[in-house]
Ligand binder design. Structure first.
Ligand code: BG6
Ligand code: BG6
Ligand code: GLC
Ligand code: GLC
Length: 917
């Protein structure tokens, strides 16, 4: 009995002595709570640095965006391939994720060797090897002929700009294949796979093993928002708020950040805690100076650290009576599994003896106790360091969420964590001590990262399918050259129908004679009133023309025309117009002055004279009753009479295209075409009298208002009209009419966009599938908003803000799609308009029998003026479709009022001799 006690006492004393000895020797490796808190704070600062746009380039902790935006929600499904490369084992897997709701995952996998000559040889050969293994796996599993999406777990630091791409920043751990760093590993593998003709695999996602682990665990526990690996290497990822990730556009939701914490300290931040053993180990590693934090923690290095310590202690005579074996002198002879075995509860001491004997040593009882304690100190330090960094992440998560207490789950994987008997317990305990305000659940990833990678791939697959659906819709708006040439040809044919007496009545492009025969010649002079009705604004103007100098002074006032007047009775409309004129005269101090007036009236009118115009039908947003079929000049005269306050001499009624052409011709006599790309779309041009069968006479020219907006009303362009165009038409004031205008002008483009967005939302591709009241509201996308959204200078966030202003609550992804939709719709509009214009310039060239035509187009309209690309695409299209014409575009700065005044001046001059006769 006494002997037993004595033995126990003796052993306890021996143990105490040895532990004291080791503790003294490894004093520097034992980290106090204070130090850990300090390291935690340092890591917090490192994270901040890595996330900042300006600070990231010099940050050692890279905080890499992963483009994984959400944790699994159980809706994932499908069959996926998975590669898991970079941990202690290389695996190829097939992962089957069951139908929604059941959370059932089945996996089949196979391990493949990763010999040093492959992982440290030629990079291309490494990827070929991986591809070979994949092919082998598919053969074994009878999957050769299946097209499967693949998730690639690649456990090295990669800079990603999207999910399916990643540029290797540097190799870590045991890998060092040549020529891979700084290249995209996804394209490298894709290229290697191409060697196998029958292989049809699409790499949809590249994920770090930490991300795979986090996703694997999140599939079972939705609280999981951190993934930690303590294996061959060590690293962690977590879900960061997008608004904190400066390297990625957008501030919506969260994104996984691969911290690459293994590199913590590479800038010297941990020099005070690194020991001589850490430095020695680093010098002998594949990547000296790199991954300094990892080298104090992970499985690849722990055994070696222990060996270096034992060697030094032996050398100092503190172990094995000063004896060293050649094994002890050999790098890599002690591995993590040995450390784990030596620290086992019961067998630990016996294991230690065995391991030391295997190393050719003759350990005493005391040596075994000491060596075991060396292992404990080293592995405890590892757990402490991990805990400090993890505590920093947890604190960040808690602060991001502005919570006093955080309840969260950390997904864990890695051999060190899994096989070391004390490691998990120690880690958990220290974490809880460092962050007492976090309730942390540690969840071991039983099935490795592949399952999580499959989840990410499943989401990517869904996104890809959605992308395809969106592209299909956008493709409807992409016109081929042939289609545009077709439009040009049909437009040309319609011009001829409209001009010919026989076909005119049925023509959809009406080709209306305007009785404007000549261009201003600079002799015009006098004071004129002008009205400008039918565009975005209604204006009344006073235009003073001074002869000789080609200078014009204008005074104008914009008046609103309320919707109920635009769509009320004709009398109300014209009374309102006269009221505005009265206000203007008042304002200008011109009451009682009897001035000649030019009336720009931007609707199709049949004219028999310059001062007579019968409205054929309303277009755009007007629908006042009792006007169609009436002479608008008469209606204006009557309204003036009704008011009985002043008299005006209405000399000319002109279309806005004609006014625009004249405004521009005043500057450039070569301007023989007027184009409006605004609320509506229309064009006028100077035609040879001999071609105008509706008007007597063969000499000279007359301006023709084409009213091309009605092109297609006979169905001739139905092949390029989409369901969205049809919907816009059906919801308009004039269904079936002005089909070309409805594909090309400002009043309708936004409506087309809106119809597409509604459809995409119905398909679940936008706005989370929710069609808001706003989206149902007609006319929300005015030309100015379209123009803003498409502006190149605009960041995504600003697009999103515009959409929010419009009352559309969009995510960043939504905003991208909306911008694309706007782009497709406006581009088609510009191209169609260009095809129409090409038709007229070609006609003019051929009519004049010219090899080359040089001509100027006077242009106006908000779409042309405000939209960032419309004018460019329009001009390109004209160039492409009418290569023999040299077309100059002259923007009408002063609106059509000036042109209307010039026309009035000319008409007045022509009236004079008549009256004198
Ligand atoms: C495995 C994962 O379970 O753990 C791998 O599937 C990961 O993706 C590995 O790299 C990490 O641990 P170790 O010890 O194998 O490096
Ligand atoms: C103006 C002209 O500048 O442009 C109007 O003065 C014309 O006559 C208008 O109708 C066309 O553009 P929008 O975009 O206002 O319809
Ligand atoms: C290394 C790699 C990292 C990986 C970790 C765990 O640190 O750089 O990407 O996550 O090992 O495998
Ligand atoms: C509509 C009108 C037309 C006008 C055009 C531009 O198409 O019918 O007359 O020129 O809009 O405002």
């Amino acid at each position: 009995m006494f002997a037993v006690h004595l033995m126990a006492f003796y052993f306890a004393k021996l143990k105490e002595d040895q532990i004291k000895k080791v503790d003294r020797f490894l004093y520097h490796m034992r980290l106090s709570d204070e130090t850990l808190l300090d390291i935690m704070a340092r890591f917090q600062a490192e994270m901040e640095k890595g996330l900042g746009k300006d600070t990231n380039p010099t940050a050692s902790v890279k905080m890499l965006p992963t483009f994984v935006r959400a944790i699994p929600d159980g809706s994932e499904k499908g069959e996926f391939l998975s590669l898991d490369l970079g941990g202690s084992k290389f695996r190829v897997l097939k992962v089957q994720v069951s139908e929604e709701g059941k959370r059932n995952v089945q996996m089949e996998s196979q391990f493949y060797a990763t010999p040093n000559e492959i992982i440290r040889g030629n990079g291309t050969e490494l990827f070929e090897y991986v591809a070979d293994c994949l092919v082998d796996f598919m053969r074994t599993k009878g999957l050769q002929h299946k097209k499967l999406p693949l998730g690639f777990t690649f456990s090295f630091p990669c800079r990603q700009t999207k999910l399916e791409e990643g540029v290797l920043l540097s190799w870590t751990k045991k890998f060092k294949a040549r020529g891979v760093q700084d290249t995209d590993v996804v394209s490298r593998l894709t290229k290697a796979m191409r060697k196998h003709k029958d292989l049809d695999v699409d790499i949809l996602a590249l994920v770090n093993d930490t991300v795979g682990t986090m996703m694997t665990c999140a599939y079972d526990d939705p609280y999981c928002e951190v993934g930690v690996i303590i294996g061959t290497g060590t690293n962690a990822c977590y879900m960061e708020d997008m608004s904190n990730i400066e390297l990625v556009e957008g501030d919506e939701g969260r994104m996984g950040i691969n911290t690459e914490w293994g590199a913590f300290g590479d800038d010297g931040a941990l020099e005070d805690i690194r020991t001589e053993f850490d430095r020695e180990l680093d010098l002998g590693s594949l990547n000296p100076g790199k991954q300094l934090f990892e080298k104090m923690i992970s499985g690849l290095y722990l055994g070696e650290l222990v060996r270096l310590i034992l060697l030094k202690m032996a050398k100092d005579g503190l172990l094995f009576g000063g004896a060293k074996s050649s094994a002890l002198l050999t790098k890599g002879k002690i591995e993590t599994q040995h450390v784990a075995a030596m620290e086992k509860y019961k067998e630990g001491l016996a294991n230690t003896r065995e391991i030391l004997v295997d190393l050719g040593l003759e350990p005493s009882e005391a040596d075994c106790v000491a060596v075991q304690h060396v292992c404990t100190v080293v592995s405890f330090r590892s757990a402490n360091l991990c805990a400090a960094a993890l505590a920093a992440i947890l604190t960040r998560l808690r602060e991001n969420k502005k919570l006093a207490r955080l309840r969260t789950t950390v997904g864990m994987d890695g051999t060190l964590y899994k096989i070391h008997p004390q490691y998990p317990k120690r880690l958990h305990k220290v974490v809880r001590k460092l962050v007492p305000n976090c309730d942390v659940r540690f969840l071991l990833s039983e099935s490795g990262s592949a399952k999580g990678a499959a989840m990410v791939t499943a989401v990517a697959c869904r996104v890809q399918a959605q992308r395809k659906q969106i592209d299909e819709v956008l493709a409807l708006f992409q016109l081929t050259r042939e289609q545009l040439v077709g439009v040009q040809g049909k437009m040309r044919a319609e011009f001829e129908y409209g001009l010919k007496r026989k076909t005119h009545a049925l023509a959809t492009v009406k080709m209306l004679p305007t009785y404007v025969n000549g261009m201003p010649d600079g002799t015009e002079k006098g004071k004129y009133l002008a009205l400008d009705l039918g565009g975005t604004n209604f204006r009344v103007l006073l235009v003073k023309i001074r002869s000789g100098r080609r200078s014009v002074r204008m005074y104008n006032k914009i008046f609103a025309i309320p919707l109920e007047i635009m769509q009320g009775t004709g009398e109300e409309l014209f009374d309102h117009i006269v009221q505005c004129i009265a206000d203007f005269l008042d304002y200008m101090g011109l009451k009682g002055a009897q001035l000649p007036l030019g009336f720009t009236f931007s609707f199709p009118c049949r004219q028999a004279n310059i001062d007579k115009g019968t409205l054929i039908e309303w277009t755009k947003g007007f629908k006042a009753t009792d006007c169609e079929g009436e002479d608008v000049v008469d209606m204006l005269r009557e309204a003036i009479k009704r008011r009985n306050e002043f008299d005006l001499d209405i000399v000319a009624v002109v279309n806005d295209t004609v006014g625009t052409m004249m405004t521009c011709a005043y500057e450039d006599p070569n301007c023989e075409i007027g184009l409006i790309a605004g609320t509506g779309s229309n064009m006028c041009y100077m035609e040879e009298m001999r071609n105008i069968e509706l008007v007597e006479g063969h000499e000279g020219k007359m301006c023709i208002n084409t009213e091309w907006g009605g092109f297609g009303d006979n169905g001739c362009i139905d092949d390029i009209r989409t369901q969205y165009d049809v919907e816009v038409d059906e919801g308009s004031l004039n269904p079936g009419k002005q089909r070309y205008e409805k594909m090309t002008s400002g009043m309708y483009l936004g409506e087309i966009v809106r119809q597409i967005l509604i459809d995409l939302t119905k398909q679940g591709l936008l706005f989370r599938g929710q069609i808001s009241e706003r989206l149902r509201t007609r006319g929300i996308f005015e030309t100015k908003f379209l123009s803003q959204i498409e502006s190149d200078r605009l960041a995504l966030l600003q697009v999103r803000r515009i959409l929010q202003q419009l009352g559309l609550d969009s995510t960043c992804e939504d905003s991208i799609v909306v911008k694309e939709v706007c782009g497709a719709v406006s581009r088609r509009a510009a191209q169609l308009c260009g095809a129409g214009l090409a038709a007229i310039v070609e006609k003019r060239r051929q009519d004049q029998g010219l090899e080359h035509l040089k001509i100027t187009v006077g242009v106006d309209g908000t779409l042309y003026k405000l939209h960032p690309r419309f004018s460019l695409v329009l001009q390109e299209t004209v160039k492409e479709l009418a290569p023999q014409c040299d077309v100059m575009f002259l923007l009408s700065e002063d609106g059509s009022g000036k042109g209307a005044a010039l026309i009035t001046a000319v008409a007045k001059r022509l009236q004079q001799p008549l009256r004198e006769n």
